[in-house]
Design a protein around this ligand. Structure first.
Ligand SMILES: C[S@@+](CC[C@H](N)C(=O)[O-])C[C@H]1O[C@@H](n2cnc3c(N)ncnc32)[C@H](O)[C@@H]1O
Length: 272
């Protein structure tokens, strides 16, 4: 069977990914990111703080879905000798290069770009790069958007940690997103520590939020209340990305003035 896409289909995919990368990136994303950099500064600082504490012994990083790395701190990337960037968006090599390329060159970090679906191709990537660690850069929360099916996305994302066994890897991803009431004052503290205690995947799931054990339902409600949530919030199907007992950090993100996200960041060190 011929599995090569026809030239017309390849062009259509290229143009679609240039415009919005299946609803998860592309030109739309770059314009929004560029205009939002100041509003996102507190969240960018929290991401930088989180990554500053991650010191993998691997010198090779596979960076999955980073777009232009609008929220990614360049200093963390300079700790690697090689960085392979995987994104479906054709604009990424140019824009990521503009944002991070000069400093990485000065530090002697080799940067390579690959335009490919790194989620579908993950098993092969892991085989091709047995000694690299991986960072999923705010891409796993978009799997449900691209697939258009939360249940399938949730199953895929729960399975991911099995693929990653024995590797050092981490992820920053959306957990919840939705509209907020901007007339109410926001709380000053917008990070919390989260640990899932079991993986039932239903309302009885137990979590530890800022040291207090509670059901996932109660924790989710408290997270939404902290951001003055109103209307319908979206669950990004990422609750099973990390294995139970993995400590993670939740960070509030003013994606738009009226529309906020809770992001989760975590890192798992390889046992070997
Ligand atoms: C929300 S953006 C990431 C933003 C990034 N953290 C930043 O700082 O700008 C998600 C990115 O993932 C990419 N993406 C989505 N699905 C992908 C896949 N299956 N493989 C590779 N890249 C993917 C999109 O093209 C987009 O650039």
């Amino acid at each position: 069977m011929n599995t090569k896409p026809s030239p017309n289909l390849a062009w259509a995919t290229w143009i679609r990914d240039l415009a919005n990368a299946g609803g998860t990136g592309g030109l739309n994303w770059h314009v929004h990111a560029l205009r939002s950099l100041n509003r996102w500064l507190p969240t960018r600082e929290r991401i930088a703080q989180f990554l500053a504490g991650i010191e993998p012994r691997q010198t090779h990083l596979l960076l999955i879905g980073p777009s232009a790395g609008w929220m990614l701190p360049t200093p963390w990337l300079t700790r690697f000798k090689e960085v392979d960037v995987f994104d479906i968006d054709p604009l990424v090599p140019f824009l990521f290069g503009v944002r991070h390329g000069k400093v990485l060159r000065e530090h002697g970090t080799q940067l390579r770009f690959h335009r490919q679906d790194a989620i579908a191709g993950l098993p092969q990537l892991l085989k091709d790069h047995p000694n690299a660690c991986l960072w999923f850069d705010n891409v796993l929360g978009q799997v449900s958007v691209r697939l258009g099916d939360e249940d399938i996305a949730e199953r895929q994302l729960r399975h991911l940690k099995q693929l990653m066994q024995g590797r050092s890897w981490g992820s920053l991803h959306d957990v919840y997103s939705g509209p907020v009431d901007t007339d109410m004052a926001l709380p000053l503290v917008q990070t919390c520590a989260l640990k899932r205690l079991n993986a039932t995947g239903d309302n009885s799931e137990q979590v530890e939020l800022d040291g207090r054990i509670q059901t996932l339902d109660v924790a989710a409600q408290s997270l939404l209340t902290r951001l003055n949530a109103k209307g319908v919030w979206h669950d990004h199907a990422t609750s099973g990305v990390f294995a139970p007992h993995t400590p993670t950090t939740l960070m509030a993100w003013a994606f738009k003035p009226h529309y906020w996200h809770w992001l989760e960041a975590g890192w798992v060190n390889s046992s070997g």
